[in-house]
Write a protein that binds this ligand. Structure first.
Ligand code: AMP
Length: 197
């Protein structure tokens, strides 16, 4: 019998995790490891948008100019992209959101889709500013050029940091010190998740 059809699999608790934190804080690395550990998909909106751009489709064409400059892609495009993605069968036991939500309207859109976030686990990864700049300037992605990096950090400060307060009040919120070896961060994330189960 396929693992996904096993009765114990069906009763596996639904784990929904959101990673917040500035670009360069290590969200992608930790989200990917945690997804593997929990056997649920990692949904990276940045990766999804880059795939749409590579395919040259309508969404990719709409998103590309914002991304190239380090700005945020309009909320309605992200909300619809996530609505479709989390309704796919591989999300039945939960998912890890990496890079979404990034604005209050996106957070409200997600609330409306899943009926509130009281049992969602939110990890806010924090890393000192100098270390973020060092990490981002070494990655070599198109939007890692100095001007775009500045813009991405500014968008984070202005539009994403209000979400910290939002989720502190509405979810299982944890602030995580991301300026440590990845191994130590991961050990803390898994122990926090196990503590909630
Ligand atoms: P990331 O790979 O998460 O750093 O995302 C790269 C870029 O994709 C961002 O700088 C934005 O232009 C765009 N992007 C990703 N996620 C979102 C989102 N939730 N809202 C708006 N734009 C996004």
């Amino acid at each position: 019998m396929a693992a996904a059809n096993h009765p114990r699999e069906a009763s596996r608790p639904k784990a929904r995790v959101i990673f917040l934190g500035p670009p360069g804080a290590g969200k992608g690395t930790q989200a990917a490891r945690l997804a593997e550990h929990l056997r649920i998909p990692r949904i990276s909106t940045g990766d999804m948008l880059r795939e749409h751009i590579a395919q040259g489709d309508v969404l990719g064409k709409a998103a590309a100019p914002y991304m190239a400059k380090g700005g945020l892609v309009p909320d309605h495009l992200l909300i619809e992209m996530i609505r479709k993605r989390i309704s796919e069968p591989d999300c039945a036991h939960g998912y890890i959101l990496d890079g979404f939500p990034r604005t209050l309207p996106q957070a409200e859109g997600l609330d409306e889709m899943i009926g509130g976030t009281a049992d969602v686990i939110v990890f806010d990864m924090e890393v000192p500013h100098d270390e973020l700049m060092r990490r981002l300037s070494g990655r070599g992605r198109d939007d890692d050029k100095a001007e775009a990096v500045r813009k991405r950090l500014q968008e984070y400060e202005q539009r994403t940091t209000p979400l910290l307060e939002y989720y502190r009040e509405r979810s299982r919120f944890h602030r995580i010190d991301g300026f440590r070896p990845a191994e130590a961060v991961f050990a803390q994330l898994t122990s926090l998740i196990e503590g909630w189960e």
